[in-house]
Design a protein around this ligand. Sequence first.
Ligand SMILES: [Zn+2]
Length: 305
Amino acid sequence: MAEGHAVHGIAGRLRQFVGQPVRSCSPNGEFAAEVFDRRVVADAQAVGKHLLVSAVGVELTAHLHLAMDGAVSVRRHTRALDGDFPRTEPPVHGNVSWRLLSATHLGELTDPAVCELLDGDGVLALRARLGPDPLRADAEPDLARRRIQASRRPVGALLIDQKVIAGIGNVYRAELLHRARLDPFTPGRDIDDDTFGALWQDAVDLMTLGLGARWIVTDEAQMVAAREVLVRGERVPRWPKRYAVYGWAGRPCPVCGTTVQAQRMGLQRMFWCPACQGVGSPARAGEVEGHTMALPSVWPEPTRR
Ligand SMILES: [Zn+2]
């Protein structure tokens, strides 16, 4: 499933249409796309893993959720124009629920889990059932802090609960907790303000970098390199993924060498290092600082989920 940084990336690509009149249709007939036809797109934004698209003069908002199989493509076209719109429609390939066509771009949504129209109350209800999103400027992290500290559930389960924080998925959950040297089984109510504040800030930093890089970067050396590439205005290459624990069950933790564990927590497997992330562990006490294990030069792709 796409984590929040990827959904924000899609919203950014959909903003190619903002300010543009569009032809809007639903090739597979599953979406009432005609309400946007010949309208000007007003906004495309992400809230956690949800997308909201609105148009000038249209009271309804399109709500999209991609879940496991959904995808959005936005690409430039060079079709001849007749007024504001291309004279001909490109052929449809695949199970396209929604197609947007402007003078310059073609956008297509395929296989979404949700593609519906919401009225104003529906948008407010959606926003209300989602926790703050680390990638949104209007996020109120205190809301997430209060929800975590009011819960006996393990922090590993709370971090991917979209009602607590919107946008964090299984990879960021595992890597954030390992970076914080935090036991994923710690009850939410035992997370103090400072620990929460550091987790939130790391989520903001990692997901912002993920949005820029277009993939999840959590390894310190790769983070430095990715930021240098982004500062130059270039595209971050897809280097081999160097997760510390995610997908690495049964392999040594890159920090301390202890075997990484995995266990189902919520709907997905949680990966963690019992030494780095155990109560009173040497790594937690800072004793392994300076003893980082040599990392293999070639990293295999981690197993999924
Ligand atoms: Zn470790």
